[in-house]
Structure formats: structure tokens, C-alpha cells
Design a protein around this ligand. Structure first.
Ligand SMILES: Nc1ncnc2c1ncn2[C@@H]1O[C@H](COP(=O)(O)OP(=O)(O)OP(=O)(O)O)[C@@H](O)[C@H]1O
Ligand SMILES: [Mg+2]
Length: 498
């Protein structure tokens, strides 16, 4: 029974936690180590796995044995029975009073563990930087400091537990002595039979054992609660971004995007103030601006990865904060600045844009994205695993997979954030052709530092410190002699000749 209950509880809890955590906002994950989130989740699950049998065996079973003991004691000597109840009461009060401290210490100890896990996973994920900068020793020292902090937290927790147990045993000893003395006197006075005397003594032995046992169980419970709290406090925080109550699905028929008085910043870092911009349906715009100007943030806001501080963004007349996030994101295909690949096969990575796509469809987009050539050469072709975050692929190969994925998604709005930045000029020219087809009939926002890739766009917008400083076609801006013209001259005179 316990096995069933425990495994079921663990499964339900894991599923529920995953359901909750997977829907946390972009910010939630940015602000935490993936390893820490995972560690908290694991702490919670292992706590649940302990708490169920703990409760079933220790608490429930002890309760029954106490009841039986009380009845038997009462039949022999009511005073002993009362003393027994008093003992239980005192133990309960003492433990109840001290349990919160135990919970707190367990939580601290659990936190130390989470910090260590987060840092360890961070180090492992960036192992190439560690190697390139020859920082093996420094990283190890950093981890050793954390393992030491964890050791100290564990030890404090453990010592407290020992003291608590000693206190319990001490109280138990006093009561047992009193009861023994009482019963001994009664027996000597001939008030109870030898049989009764033996029974009470053996009962006392028995409950002493189970009281020590329950003290331990109580402790374990307090520890488990501490662990649960450490994990749940952070995993179950409210979502930063939620669908509004009567959220409808976004209905995109044309793909007109309007930014109206948009105000947004990361804390004190104000990125957009009163931004107004209208992108007509089907227009292809090129977004240009120096690093940190707010281009990626612009895209994030359109995807509603952050909540605006003021103003609104509308797609085909619908405020994106009033439609469901899923429908919003289904309408937008993104090729991000840093493509996110899963450690799954190339086929699965491409099909992520459209689950259920056939092999023909996958191959067709791979060909368009000029990924087919290199995929064919991989040992297992489309079934090759790409390594965590795609580490087994080159930067340009990753980008081509990400482009193929976005092509397969075939959403009415397309965002390209430096989508071809890692490609050599030749592949870039080839892919531009494919992208040209992909952009047809879609509203497109393409971000690029290499301006030659934006020449074909209907309109260029230059963003500087979150403000639109130039707005026009490539030709008009080139002739205007502003920022765009300067950048253009730089690039065509410098490393890039179109
Ligand atoms: N998650 C974040 N938390 C806090 N600040 C952020 C966050 N993301 C971006 N920023 C800040 O917002 C500003 C705009 O960043 P953004 O990534 O939009 O620039 P960008 O124009 O895309 O630059 P690049 O051309 O280098 O990609 C920068 O000052 C950056 O430091
Ligand atoms: Mg960017």
C-alpha cells in the first residue's frame, strides 16, 4: 500500500510541478540557474517520497500503539495511564515548539544544496570556457567553498536533531522512572499482581522504543517539511505573465502590428519610452541599431515575454495582452539570435516547428534552409543527436536548423534576429533566396548587423536607445546621410561589399 501511495504521490507531484514550472515566464528562468530549478524540484519530490511512508508507518502506526498502551495501562493503574498521557502531551508541546527551528535549519541546508547544484550545473554547461581560460582550479575552489557551506549547514541541522532527540530521551527517562517507581510501590504493597507488574514494565519498554522512534520520525518530518518549503516557495511563485480571464485566441488574418505609446524597462534600465510604430500587414521591415539598442527586447515584447509598463501592442487590432499567450506565440515564427536546440535528433529539432510533419516536409525545409547538405553527411543523417544545446553543430549549422524549423512553422508573422549572422557570405546569399520565399505574404521583422542582408526589405527602421531615429527604405536612408548611411558606408567600404 505504501509503495503504491508513495509512487503515485511522487508521480502526481512531479507532473504537477512540471506543469507549473514549464509555464513560468521568460524572466523566471533568466533569473535562475536551470540547475537550481531542477534541484528544487528534486528536493520536493524526494521529500514527498519520504513524507508518505513516514506518515503511514511512523505516525499512524505509533498512534495505534499509543492507544493500545493507554488502554492496557488504564486497566492496571489509572495513575500510570494519566502519566503516560501527560508524557505524550509534554513531548508534543516540546517538539511542536522546536519543530519550526528544525524546519528552518532544514530549509537552509536544502538551500545550500540548491546553490551548489546550480553552480555545478553552470560550471559543467560552460566547461569549454573553463578550459579555454584555464580556470579549472578557480572553478573547483568556488565549488569547494559551496560544498563547505553545505557541510556546515548540514552539520548544524544534524546537531540540532541530536539535541532534540536527547531532550526527548531525557523527558522519557524521567517519566519512565516515575512510572517505574509508582508501579513498584503498588506491587510491593500487593495492590497489583506480578503479571500486571510485568506487563506494565514491558509496555514501558515498548513505548520508550516507539517514542524514540516517533521522535526520529517527527524530526524526519520536520526536515522533509523544510525541504518542501525550500523548493515550493520558489517553484510555486505566481506567474509573472498570465492570460487575462476571458482571453480569446489571437486571430491573425493580415498581420498588422501596431506599437502604441509603449513603455518598457528592465528595472532602472529604461529601454523603450513612448514608442509608436506601425507595421502594415505583409510589410517586411529591417531593424537596425547598435548593440544594446533594444532590438531583441523589441521582439521579446512582441512575443509577450515581458509585461509592458505602459502602452500596448496590437496585432490586427487585438491587444496582445488580452489574447492567450499560446495563440500569440503560435502566430509568430522566430529565428532567435541564439538558436535553442534540444539534445534530440535533427529531425525532431526541425519538426519542433510543426509536430507531425512528414519526412518529405522536413526534408523540403531543410533543403530550402541549405541544411540538407550537411545533414546528409552526418553519421546518422536526420537521426543524428545534436548534443546539448546543439554543441555538436557549428554556429552556422545551428542557424540553418533554426531557419528550417521556423519555415516549417509557417506562421503569419516572422521574426529573424540575426538569423544568418553565423553564416559565411556564400551560404548567406543562398539562404537569403530561401528566406525571400519564406517572407512572402508575411509580416517580417528582420534584425541584422550586416546591412546587406536587409537591402531587400520594404522598410528600414533604425533604433537607437529604444527610439526610432530613422525610418524609410534602404535607398532613402542611404541617401539621407544619417546613422544608416554612415553604417552602410562603413560596411560596404569595410569588410562587406555587396
Ligand atoms: N533580461 C534582461 N534583464 C535585464 N536587462 C536586459 C535583459 N535583456 C536585455 N537587457 C538590457 O536591455 C537593453 C537592450 O538589450 P537588447 O538585447 O534588446 O539589445 P539588442 O539591440 O538586441 O543588442 P544586440 O545587437 O547586441 O543583440 C540592454 O541594455 C540590455 O542590457
Ligand atoms: Mg539582440
Amino acid at each position: 500500500m505504501a509503495a503504491n501511495w508513495t509512487t503515485n504521490a511522487a508521480k502526481t507531484a512531479t507532473d504537477d510541478l512540471n506543469r507549473h514550472v514549464l509555464q513560468h515566464s521568460h524572466n523566471y528562468f533568466i533569473n535562475r540557474f536551470a540547475g537550481s530549478v531542477f534541484s528544487k524540484q528534486r528536493n520536493v519530490i524526494s521529500a514527498i517520497e519520504e513524507i508518505v511512508p513516514d506518515f503511514l508507518w511512523a505516525q499512524l502506526a505509533s498512534f495505534v500503539s499509543f492507544l493500545v498502551t493507554f488502554i492496557l495501562l488504564w486497566s492496571v493503574d489509572s495513575l500510570s495511564a494519566m502519566l503516560f498521557v501527560l508524557l505524550l502531551f509534554i513531548l508534543l508541546v516540546v517538539n511542536k515548539y522546536l519543530a519550526p527551528i528544525k524546519v528552518k535549519l532544514s530549509k537552509i541546508s536544502s538551500e545550500a544544496n540548491t546553490v551548489l547544484t546550480g553552480r555545478t550545473v553552470d560550471t559543467f554547461s560552460n566547461i569549454s570556457a573553463v578550459r579555454q581560460y584555464a580556470k579549472y582550479k578557480e572553478e573547483l575552489e568556488g565549488l569547494e567553498n559551496l560544498t563547505n557551506a553545505r557541510r556546515i549547514a548540514h552539520r548544524r541541522n544534524w546537531f540540532f536533531t541530536e539535541k532534540l532527540l536527547m531532550l526527548n530521551i531525557f523527558i522519557l527517562f524521567i517519566f519512565s522512572s516515575i512510572m517505574f517507581w509508582l508501579i513498584l510501590n503498588k506491587w510491593e504493597d500487593g495492590l497489583i499482581t506480578s503479571g500486571d507488574f510485568v506487563m506494565v514494565i514491558s509496555l514501558m519498554f515498548n513505548i520508550s522504543g516507539s517514542l524514540v522512534f516517533i521522535g526520529r520520525a517527527f524530526n524526519a518530518m520536520a526536515r522533509t517539511v523544510g525541504e518542501l518549503r525550500e523548493g515550493l516557495d520558489d517553484l510555486l511563485v505566481d506567474y509573472e505573465i498570465t492570460d487575462s480571464e476571458n482571453a480569446q485566441s489571437l486571430n491573425v488574418n493580415k498581420g498588422k502590428i501596431v506599437w502604441q505609446d509603449v513603455d518598457f524597462g528592465f528595472g532602472d534600465n529604461q529601454v523603450f519610452t513612448n514608442l509608436n510604430l506601425e507595421i502594415p500587414a505583409g510589410q517586411r521591415i529591417g531593424l537596425v541599431g547598435s548593440s544594446g539598442a533594444g532590438k531583441t527586447t523589441f521582439v521579446s515584447l512582441l512575443l509577450r515575454q515581458h509585461e509592458l509598463n505602459g502602452g500596448l501592442i496590437m496585432i490586427d487590432g487585438q491587444d496582445i495582452s488580452t489574447v492567450t499567450q499560446n495563440s500569440l506565440r503560435e502566430a509568430i515564427a522566430v529565428v532567435p539570435q541564439e538558436p535553442a536546440l534540444f539534445h534530440r535528433t535533427i529531425r525532431e529539432n526541425i519538426a519542433y516547428g510543426h509536430p507531425g510533419a512528414t519526412q518529405e516536409e522536413i526534408m523540403a525545409v531543410a533543403k530550402q534552409a541549405h541544411a540538407h547538405e550537411f545533414i546528409e553527411k552526418l553519421p546518422q543523417g536526420y537521426d543524428t543527436l545534436v548534443g546539448e544545446r546543439g554543441v555538436k553543430l557549428s554556429g552556422g549549422q545551428k542557424q540553418r536548423i533554426a531557419i528550417a524549423r521556423a519555415m516549417l512553422k509557417n506562421a503569419p508573422i516572422l521574426i529573424l534576429d540575426e538569423a544568418t549572422s553565423a553564416l559565411d557570405s556564400e551560404s548567406e546569399v543562398l539562404i537569403q533566396g530561401a528566406l525571400h520565399n519564406l517572407m512572402m505574404g508575411k509580416t517580417v521583422i528582420a534584425i541584422a548587423h550586416r546591412l546587406s542582408t536587409l537591402k531587400e526589405m520594404d522598410r528600414i527602421i533604425v533604433l537607437e536607445s529604444g527610439e526610432v531615429v530613422e525610418d524609410g527604405t534602404h535607398d532613402t536612408l542611404k541617401d539621407r546621410g544619417g546613422i544608416y548611411a554612415k553604417l552602410w558606408n562603413h560596411q560596404s567600404g569595410g569588410f562587406l561589399v555587396d
